[in-house]
Design a protein around this ligand. Structure first.
Ligand SMILES: [Zn+2]
Ligand SMILES: [Zn+2]
Length: 660
């Protein structure tokens, strides 16, 4: 496994202080890993050993190529160090002392190692700014250059495991030596670690790419449609349309109106919105063309230029007349260069919605205006970043923009939160958190639009709604968007894996850039606030999440094939009875199929189970004579025979209520 991801930049002291308990445990485990490796290979030279998402690593140089076969041996040494329960002792030193210790091979070592200086630690030392305290942390004999923080003792590392080996360049620079990177993970205790590995196993089993292919939900076709552009197959489209139906019904009830916008727009749109040039890398390159008028203009310019050239040939070079002709020619060249219109595929729907707001004059009576659209967006993600449905280049977003006055803001924002909670309930999402990202005063005018009053006001409003509604949230300073505070919604699937579902944003700057105004009661023109929200995120990401969440066993209302009618045998009256049931259900928009072949009923059931059909209606001669059907549920088995009318009514009700 090659792993040349950029090494994270050196953490600031502030970032270090914010390290969570789990991160401290994991970083401390990296020290313990180094201790263990040195006991086996005393010549090892260590570089950096930070905590990372889900674990930690330590980079080292060693002639022996470490492989997973070595893990048991290394882990045994780690266990001894944890059992020894050594304290992480902090030692403050001068730079001179640190250089001396590095040169003697003592840093990142168990002893001094003459002739084997701690070369990477010397390099790390050079990165510590002048004036910053230089510290070592020592556990047992292992002494490392490190700013911390750690747990108190090695015994606080409750459980750990080495996971993989990769290679990485020192400081992430390919001009530097290539090192071995040993990855591991650590937890407070064994139970938590076991739960984590069980979850990983389960996530592998529920991988949306695997289940998506097995169920025929979507296909990737990099050669023809392009990488990162999923094709929704009929069964996947059924889910897409159910989600859109849910969104449309919910939004309609909440007073939204629907709009439709083109998939591309002129450059001016994105310059105004601020996407260009800052976001250009994430957009597809422009389509450049000459509009009809421009084509005519181009021909006219060429004619003029030909005339000019003829005149120039006849004039004395250097004469006033010649200079004048050259100037005219230059002007035409410039004009020619400026011809052409650039269109961009839209990376976001907001600017289009802003233009819809601007399309007709608005008064305070029109607000709040909630414009909704399942909008298609196109983003140029790096090909290395593409991943199944999770990272794609075409996305269909459950988008809406709410334009409101300041007085209306709290109520509108609260209603958006309520909508999230409603959706969470429908999908059985029990664990979520809203990450509320705010600005920082230092970033004003740089990272954030320079409107200190507006920042304070909107952040206070958002915070108040979050607190009043008792919604589960955390506040993250200095991570807001350029134009206003944002809220990232994180949810956990039923097996405990985290997904970022959607982002809500409060925008108090862009409406002004687009010149959006409404006439207030006092006849003055005011700029509305804008709330961007997308509770169901994009179809791609959300369905990716749902596949894992349900392991493909969708509830009836979402199941691609909701009902299959299976006959025991193929006698004509029986098949006719079954066909009538299929027709009745299909007339009610139920995705129902029939299997009337002569195959054995057990085989038919097996096939339906394999296709994850939610409800199987099994019909034999006796059922028909009694006007009954036998109901079987996917994964649950036979639930008994019931009168046909009752079964149909129940299916329709379960779909309508979107029962879990
Ligand atoms: Zn450390
Ligand atoms: Zn938006």
């Amino acid at each position: 496994m090659a792993d040349n991801e950029k090494q994270p930049e050196r953490k600031t002291l502030d970032e270090r202080n914010k390290m969570t308990e789990l991160e401290r445990i994991r970083h401390s485990a990296a020290h313990v890993l180094a201790t263990a490796i040195l006991r086996i290979w005393p010549e090892a030279q260590f570089a950096a050993g930070p905590p990372v998402e889900n674990g930690f690593y330590y980079d080292l140089e060693l002639p022996h190529r470490i492989s997973p076969e070595d893990f048991e041996k290394i882990e045994a040494e780690m266990k001894k160090e944890v059992k020894a329960n050594n304290t992480f002792e902090k030692i403050v030193v001068t730079r001179e002392q640190a250089i001396k210790d590095a040169e003697s091979g003592r840093l990142g070592g168990l002893t001094e190692r003459l002739g084997n200086p701690s070369k990477f630690k010397l390099g790390n030392l050079a990165d510590i700014p002048e004036g910053e305290q230089i510290t070592y942390f020592k556990n047992g004999d292992f002494m490392d250059l490190c700013a911390g923080p750690h747990v108190m003792r090695t015994g606080n590392i409750g459980a750990f495991k080495l996971t993989t080996v990769a290679s990485a360049y020192y400081k992430g620079d390919e001009k530097n030596p290539q090192l071995q990177r040993i990855y591991g993970t650590a937890f407070k205790n064994k139970t938590e670690m076991e739960a984590y590995f069980t979850m990983l196993e389960e996530a592998k089993r529920r991988d949306h790419r695997k289940i998506g292919a097995e169920m025929g939900l979507f296909a990737m076709d990099p050669d023809y449609t392009g990488p990162g552009m999923p094709l929704w197959l009929p069964k996947g489209t059924a889910i897409v349309e159910e989600l859109e139906k849910l969104a449309k019904e919910t939004e309609f009830a909440a007073g939204y109106v629907r709009v439709k916008t083109p998939h591309l727009a002129k450059e001016k749109m994105y310059i105004t919105s601020g996407h260009l040039p800052y976001y250009a890398e994430s957009m597809f390159p422009p389509i450049e063309l000459l509009e009809e008028e421009e084509k005519k203009r181009k021909a006219a310019i060429h004619t003029k230029m030909a005339i000019l050239e003829e005149l120039m040939d006849k004039t004395d070079p250097g004469s006033n007349q010649s200079l004048d002709l050259t100037a005219q020619d230059d002007q035409l060249i410039t004009e020619l260069k400026n011809l052409g219109t650039r269109y961009y595929l839209k990376a976001m729907n907001c600017p289009h919605h802003h233009r819809i707001f601007a399309a007709e004059p608005k008064s305070y009576r029109d607000l709040p205006l909630r414009l909704a659209e399942y909008g298609a967006c196109y983003r140029y993600e790096q090909s290395g970043e593409l991943f199944g449905l999770m990272r794609v280049r075409t996305l269909n977003m459950n988008d809406a923009h709410i334009y409101c006055t300041e007085e209306q803001f709290s109520q509108e924002f609260n209603a958006v939160n309520e909508m999230y909670l409603k959706y969470f309930k429908i999908f059985g999402i029990d664990k979520y958190v809203m990450r509320f990202s705010t600005h920082s005063a230092e970033g004003l005018g740089k990272k954030y639009v320079n409107e200190p009053e507006l920042w304070k006001k909107t952040e206070d409003m958002v915070r108040k709604v979050l607190i009043d509604s008792k919604i589960n949230y955390v506040e993250v300073p200095n991570e807001a968007a350029f134009y206003g505070p944002k809220i990232d919604v994180q949810v956990w699937s039923v097996i405990g894996r985290e997904f970022t579902l959607a982002t809500n944003q409060v925008d108090f700057a862009v409406p002004a850039k687009f010149g959006l105004v409404y006439k207030d009661r006092d006849n003055t023109e005011k700029t509305p606030l804008c709330i961007h929200r997308a509770p169901l995120g994009t179809h791609e990401r959300f369905i990716g999440f749902l596949i894992e969440h349900y392991a493909g066993n969708f509830p009836l209302w979402l199941a691609p094939e909701q009902v299959r009618v299976l006959t025991i045998g193929d006698e004509e009256p029986l098949v006719n009875y079954a066909k009538a049931i299929v027709s009745e259900l299909r007339a009610n928009m139920v995705r129902c199929e029939g299997d009337f072949t002569t195959n054995k009923i057990n085989g038919k059931i097996q096939e339906a189970e394999k296709a994850k059909v939610h409800t199987m209606l099994v019909i034999g001669g006796r059922d028909m004579d009694a006007g009954n059907v036998s109901v079987r549920l996917h994964g649950k088995g036979n639930v008994g025979a019931k009168p046909k009318g009752e079964v149909v009514a129940d299916i329709l009700a379960a779909i309508k209520e979107r029962r879990a």
